[in-house]
Design a protein around this ligand. Structure first.
Ligand code: WTA
Length: 668
């Protein structure tokens, strides 16, 4: 894959041509948790810095060495240290007199709400831990969790951590097939599920999928018990030999449980990476380093001020699902280790109306919001008059994660949601990194719309060429991590070779972690993520970023969302194919056809350069997305290259591809 020629260098890109800078608000900077001194401290003694950050946790036994990297790339952090993750997330806050502080304001989709204090959480986690022990789960066993976004999901994870069982949370939208392969790969002894959850105003069943998954595994199923939460009250089939109800075994269990301390490297969880073909990759995170990395970054990047409502502590809301790494690091482990009050919302943003999120922000006085660009662009599509109906003045900081945030979405987020007073922190990280790696610090960094800016203190990041040499400012290349970090994945479950091959083989000589993303250093050396390197196109020797062209398309007032792929072309190597969704109302009128397509091509030409003009633009009603909201460009590439469309089972709406392929043919 050539990364030599880069269009952004030649012509200027839509992203880097956005020149606005947003200084940290003076009041935030004056009181910021983390100042520029953190960068200095980490630069002078990186491991000393991480040793200091470990003091945020309560250790049952202190560590004797910060990092053992002698068996690289297999890391051991906080060697010899012992701790309990659940104790750190729950008990110690209660012991410190914070038992009455709300841990979660739970909002169910149908409108039911529950406030759960840290004391409640301690009792509930202890009960669940005792129930799991009664079901035969022991330290080192695996438990699969397949639940909607209800408090029992958090409780289940912490109950596992409390007894040293390793959890693997499978997103509730995954199919029986996907669930079965994960259960089988990690040999889960118990599956925790619910009869169902609520989505878009209706119950959506889960237990039947678990039954199906176990049925598929047949005699090879490792599952002894299925523990089911009653949420919707819908009928579920029950096998007395294996099935138990949560309310039967957890509600009656003792709320007393003494947590045991585990080694810092004890396996905390396995998270399977989504959307890839073949055997799922089980990314392993361990206990001590992971918790330090998640807690420190949550404290630093959100400038988190924990405390009760009376103390005017922050009210934090991360809209991710617990089935993804963002939910693990930034709903469960980081925020709870930091003792924050947060919102947990079960449902979708448009149920029962498109103002649901903003209603929640207003009702609970949310101060810190963490969400994904895809959600922001959806809200843009729905129009600003919806959030404008609510009082969002409690917000003081906005976070973004999961994909490059195009400047238009950044500016809309900052302006419409953040009232032009809230800094936006664009946080780059991955399931593998476990913690945020590149992000502005809200009290230090002047934000640039579309840039994730700089490596966080204690983190080593660079952008390198094919040979692993750093590229100069103004150029792009491969994003690498140059130093081990506390929350790094330790291996792929049961597949050390694949771990080494996937992440460490490419820049073996330098010992760099290969992130799989392309990135650019701007003239100031700030980092702009260009998207996965497999999504980068090479057109006539020019390297084009899918996200850069998407960003250009979305900057057109009539476009709501865009996906771009590179399709094979005999002459130019690849050609740019674009699929766009129009903003509501924009479909009407005569110009929805050829004239608009022409206008959009011209617009991209204007924003980036003629070379970036899509060969073809197809207007579509929806884009193929995984249930986590990632666009599956592979499928669009199939359509662009006139192939049969590949596996659509991980799409949130598999029917969409037939529609896109049909539309595409119609306009050829
Ligand atoms: C992308 C989600 C640009 C990137 C936490 C990465 C981003 C992949 C950003 C990991 C960001 C994540 N800007 N791209 N702020 N954050 N990505 O494992 O391509 O679901 O490699 O982790 O998402 O996705 P994952």
């Amino acid at each position: 894959m050539s990364i030599g020629a880069n269009l952004a260098e030649d012509t200027g890109s839509s992203t880097s041509s956005e020149k606005r800078r947003f200084e940290p608000p003076a009041d935030l900077a004056a009181e910021a948790n983390v100042t520029s001194a953190a960068y200095d401290r980490a630069a002078q003694d990186r491991l000393g810095f991480w040793a200091e950050q470990a003091e945020r946790l309560t250790w049952a036994e202190p560590f004797t060495e910060v990092l053992d990297w002698t068996d690289a790339p297999f890391a051991k952090w906080y060697v010899g240290g012992r701790l309990n993750a659940a104790y750190n997330c729950v008990d110690r806050h209660v012991e410190a007199g914070r038992g009455d502080q709300v841990a979660f304001h739970f909002v169910g989709e149908p409108g039911d709400t529950r406030d759960i204090t840290y004391a409640d959480l301690k009792d509930e986690v202890s009960r669940a831990a005792n129930a799991l022990l009664d079901l035969g789960v022991r330290t080192g066993d695996m438990v699969a969790i397949y639940l909607p976004m209800i408090p029992e999901a958090v409780v289940s994870m912490l109950a596992c951590a409390r007894i040293g069982a390793t959890h693997t949370v499978v997103f509730g939208g995954f199919s029986a097939e996907a669930l079965a392969s994960r259960i089988e790969d990690c040999r889960a002894k118990v599956v925790i599920t619910a009869d169902g959850g609520y989505r878009r105003g209706a119950p959506s069943a889960l237990k039947p999928t678990v039954d199906d998954a176990i049925g598929k595994l047949g005699g090879n199923s490792p599952v002894d018990h299925v523990l089911t939460v009653r949420r919707t009250g819908e009928y579920v089939s029950f096998d007395d030999a294996t099935d138990v109800w949560w309310h039967d075994v957890v509600d009656g269990a003792s709320p007393e449980h003494t947590p045991e301390a585990f080694d810092a490297e004890h396996p905390l969880y396995v998270m399977y990476s989504s959307g890839t073909t073949g055997k799922p990759k089980g990314i392993l995170h361990t206990t001590g380093g992971y918790l330090v990395g998640a807690a420190y970054t949550h404290h630093a990047v959100f400038d988190l001020k924990p405390g009760s409502a009376e103390e005017k502590g922050d009210v934090y809301w991360c809209t991710a699902d617990i089935g993804w790494v963002t939910g693990h690091s930034y709903i469960v482990y980081g925020p709870l280790a930091n003792g924050v009050t947060q919102v947990l919302y079960e449902g979708t943003p448009d149920s029962p109306h498109q103002g649901r999120w903003w209603e929640i922000v207003e009702r609970y006085g949310v101060t810190l919001l963490y969400t994904a660009p895809t959600a922001i662009r959806t809200f843009m599509k729905w129009g600003r008059e919806i959030p404008d109906r609510y009082d969002l003045s409690s917000l003081r900081l906005l976070g973004s994660v999961g994909e490059p945030i195009n400047p238009e979405a950044y500016l809309w987020y900052r302006n419409v949601i953040g009232g032009d007073r809230c800094p936006v922190v664009d946080t780059w990280w991955q399931t593998e990194t476990g913690q945020m790696m590149i992000s502005p610090l809200p009290g230090v960094t002047a934000g640039k719309p579309g840039s994730a800016m700089q490596a966080l203190p204690g983190i080593g990041v660079d952008v390198v060429d094919e040979n692993g040499d750093p590229v100069p400012n103004g150029s792009s290349g491969y994003l690498v991590l140059t130093e081990p970090w506390p929350a790094m994945l330790r291996t792929l479950w049961g597949d050390k070779d694949r771990f080494v091959e996937t992440y460490w083989a490419r820049f073996e000589k330098q010992g760099y972690y290969f992130a799989g993303d392309g990135a650019k250093k701007d003239e100031d050396g700030d980092i702009w993520i260009l998207g996965r390197v497999d999504d980068v196109m090479n057109v006539s020797g020019h390297r084009l970023s899918t996200s850069e062209i998407e960003s250009a398309l979305v900057s057109h007032p009539r476009v709501a969302e865009a996906a771009v792929v590179g399709a094979a072309d005999e002459t130019t190597g690849q050609a740019v194919f674009a699929y766009v969704i129009l903003r509501s109302g924009a479909e009407e009128g005569a110009s929805a056809g050829d004239a608009l397509v022409h206008e959009l091509r011209t617009h991209v030409g204007k924003e980036i350069g003629a070379i970036a003009k899509p060969r073809k633009i197809t207007i579509v009603p929806e884009l193929p997305k995984t249930r986590s909201g990632k666009i599956m460009r592979r499928l669009l590439r199939d359509v662009a290259e006139n192939r049969a469309v590949g596996d659509t089972t991980t799409l949130s709406d598999p029917a969409i591809m037939a529609q896109i392929a049909g539309d595409d043919r119609a306009v050829k």
